[in-house]
Design a protein around this ligand. Sequence first.
Ligand SMILES: Nc1ncnc2c1ncn2[C@@H]1O[C@H](COP(=O)(O)OP(=O)(O)OP(=O)(O)O)[C@@H](O)[C@H]1O
Length: 301
Amino acid sequence: MMNPVIDVAGLRCRYGDFEAVRGVDFEVAEGELFALLGTNGAGKTTTMETLEGLRRPTSGTVRVLGADPWRRRAELRARTGVMLQDSGFPADLTAGEMVALWSATSGRRATEDVLERLDLAHRRDVRVKQLSGGERRRLDLALAVLGRPELLFLDEPTTGLDPESRQRTWEVVRGLLAEGTTVVLTTHYLEEAESLAHRLAILHEGVVAVSGTVEEVLAAQPARISFDLPASLDVDALPLLAGDVVHRPPGRVEVRTAELQDDLALLLAWAGRAGLRLGRIRAHHASLEDVFRAARTGVAA
Ligand SMILES: Nc1ncnc2c1ncn2[C@@H]1O[C@H](COP(=O)(O)OP(=O)(O)OP(=O)(O)O)[C@@H](O)[C@H]1O
């Protein structure tokens, strides 16, 4: 990758005797959204904190916008926006006062009304403690995007949000990507990563278990066809398929295949010729959920 915005090589982070991050490598290109996924305790936050300059790696190298984030934190702060999992705002300030305070201290001057952008303009004079949980998350995001940073770190930006607020957050993130912002996202919502990310890495117990573009990681997992086998038939009666056939008694059949279209066509033609109805038939490509499960178990899910 030419001039990555983020370059992580051999990153290791230790808490006392416990090594939480055990040799992680990845790069993030300019203008892309990179999702860092993994189960609880996989090492996502620890990795994010080293990128944000909040934690010094035990070993390995981390470059953010060409600089060492631990040594150059002040300088990078003016160019990066951070939305932490828990921001801990002063509860007595209003949303508008928070924006003013942040403009003064972050080194990033407001170039637009961020409260307007995050649909919070009508809440400008409301104290932080009186905002709803979802509004507080939006205020977090407003402060992170203040002054249009080149790079944005979003640590679980939509946790606890209702579906509508989540959608609105996604629209804001898509808008920022369209303007050329580079984004690093952690999330437990796999559909969020699937819908927003260009590339991703799944961490498992401190190492990268899977990485690549969303298309690549999805294509590496088999697609599935499932249906109810008519009671009069045995699985041996099925036509020869490219995929593996798994019988789930009493009468459910699952086919895991790299040739979804061909196997589906064979099955439908066979059923058509025999005059059979395949009940509750479903055919779908692998989801990020399948990839995630495979990454955790180390085998195809
Ligand atoms: N300050 C600390 N001292 C000791 N161990 C820690 C500390 N912070 C994190 N850990 C441990 O390091 C591992 C990685 O934690 P980390 O918070 O990076 O994981 P995560 O992937 O962000 O998890 P989550 O999804 O729950 O936020 C965990 O086992 C955690 O218990």
